[in-house]
Design a protein around this ligand. Structure first.
Ligand code: MG
Length: 478
């Protein structure tokens, strides 16, 4: 009997050596390659509208799984309670007041607006371009619809989507007048376009398939760019009114039409995460899910729910700006955690730029902080406060668990013009009182003094340019 067969031959040794060498090269390559980023941004989704954030009847199995495999933020904020400023902040890491992307006269950009994101702003896509990222935007842009403001002129290689809100370009002669058009919406009531890069390719947009098509576009982009680092920005038009969903989701949810639409967005998340797993990119990709602002409560059951938080879209109460947020990165973000640490959509900018090894701009104030300590469970958040702006007014400030309201105002209601001034500010402890019900300002003058100092510090370095939202469309040239 011999043992020769068990000994490696020289050919086998060579083969083994080559396999080891190649796998070392592959590991070195993977380590060198910066992570991919996917940002899925819902529109007008409330804090309480997902299964994993406590909704009793809307089913969101894919987001629930994402949360179980990732990190759920219970105190994560948008930088504004309405669309345009919120999206500008996400894209630039800066408060909208710093770049003119807010206004006291017009809440957002409209089809008759001539303004948009200023050319000298650095978008997340532009920052990542310096590291060779492929960049795609699929969905609602809402940072200006004139060519110079579109995604493909602001760092994205490609764009597909409705450039502003899906309730704009209302055709006066189509369907019932006023809000009744929303109760049984038809696609022909709104003449909104779909753009491919800068060209209109469909008008009016068939909104019934819009969630599905954004998803398919994003997935094709991921498949096409799987060999290089990429940024996918997937800002859904849903669940902003008018509500539309594809045939597969009609009547699916116990929560009615609104629930159907949330469940289709949930399906979309599932498709994206499935694609990442399928391509073995899941351990190389950080995915964020969040929303641009709170639920549009005045649209009755066509609007969502902020759960136990107060008020909704348009306001600087918690329901207007605290968003159901999940971060997912298998192997890096440990699974099933829930954090109460503060975060902001502006921090997504700084976190992604930092993780990519790109430079966070130093020639301007960046309001976003790096959330890595929270994501990787390494320590407390770098974010210590939250500023709640409505237009150009600093309405409220959060500092740790405390929130001071200098002004309060509801939104989109008959009484919404009434702004109340509070001196001293109303003070709530959001840990004890998440619904902002019990003012305790008389008991804590020392906290108010700290918050006043924080505001004074913020104002010292604040330069406010003219509003982009108030610029009219330029006159058509002959
Ligand atoms: Mg919105």
């Amino acid at each position: 009997m011999t043992h020769r067969a068990a000994r490696p031959t020289s050919a086998m040794t060579l083969l083994l050596g080559m396999v080891l060498l190649f796998s070392r090269v592959a590991i070195a390559h993977a380590a060198k390659r910066p992570p991919n980023f996917v940002i899925i941004y819902a529109d007008d989704l409330g804090y309480g509208d997902l299964g994993c954030f406590g909704h009793p009847t809307i089913r969101t199995p894919h987001l629930d799984r994402m949360a179980n495999e990732g990190l759920r933020f219970t105190q994560f904020y948008s930088a504004s309670p309405v669309c345009t400023p919120s999206r500008a902040a996400l894209m630039t890491g800066r408060l909208p007041i710093r770049n003119g992307m807010c206004s006291d006269k017009r809440r957002v950009l409209f089809p008759d607006s001539g303004g948009g994101i200023p050319a000298d702003e650095i978008t997340l896509a532009e920052a990542l371009k310096s590291k060779g990222y492929a960049t795609g935007c699929f969905g609602k842009w809402h940072l200006g619809h004139l060519p110079q403001f579109l995604p493909t002129n602001n760092g994205f290689d490609t764009y597909y989507g409705i450039p502003y809100s899906n309730d704009m370009d209302r055709l006066a002669d189509a369907g019932p007048k006023g809000r009744a058009a929303f109760w049984d919406p038809k696609i022909e009531y709104w003449n909104v376009p779909i753009l491919r890069d800068t060209e209109v390719i469909e008008r009016p947009a068939d909104q019934t398939t819009i969630t599905r098509r954004y998803t398919e576009e994003a997935i094709s982009f991921i498949r096409a760019h799987q060999e290089e680092p990429f940024l996918v920005y997937l800002p859904h038009s849903m669940v902003h009114i008018p509500l539309f969903r594809s045939d597969d989701f009609v009547g699916k949810s116990a929560r009615g039409l609104y629930g159907d639409c949330v469940e289709e967005v949930d399906w979309s998340v599932g498709q994206v995460l499935h694609t990442l797993r399928d391509l073995n990119l899941d351990e190389q990709t950080l995915v964020f899910f969040s929303s641009d602002n709170g639920p549009w409560l005045t649209f009755n059951e066509h609007g969502g729910s902020a759960g136990l938080l107060k008020d909704g879209k348009g306001t600087t109460f918690e329901g207007g700006m605290r968003e159901p947020t999940i971060a997912w990165w298998p192997g890096r973000v440990s699974s099933g955690r829930v954090t109460q640490e503060l975060g902001s959509t502006m921090d997504i900018f700084t976190t992604c730029v930092t993780l990519a090894g790109a430079n966070v701009p130093t020639d301007r104030i960046i309001d976003g902080v790096d959330l890595s300590p929270v994501l990787f469970d390494e320590g407390p958040t770098n974010r210590k406060s939250v500023l709640y702006y409505r237009g150009t007014a600093l309405m409220a400030v959060r500092f740790g668990p405390w929130k001071a309201h200098y002004f309060t105002q509801t939104s989109y209601r008959k009484d919404s013009r009434q702004r109340e001034t509070h001196n001293p500010p109303l003070l709530y402890h959001l840990g004890h009182d998440p619904s902002e019900r019990f003012n305790i300002n008389e008991e804590h003058p020392e906290i108010l003094a700290q918050i006043d100092a924080l505001v004074a510090d913020h104002r010292q370095n604040l330069e406010v340019p003219a509003s982009q939202l108030e610029i009219p469309l330029p006159a058509q040239s002959e």
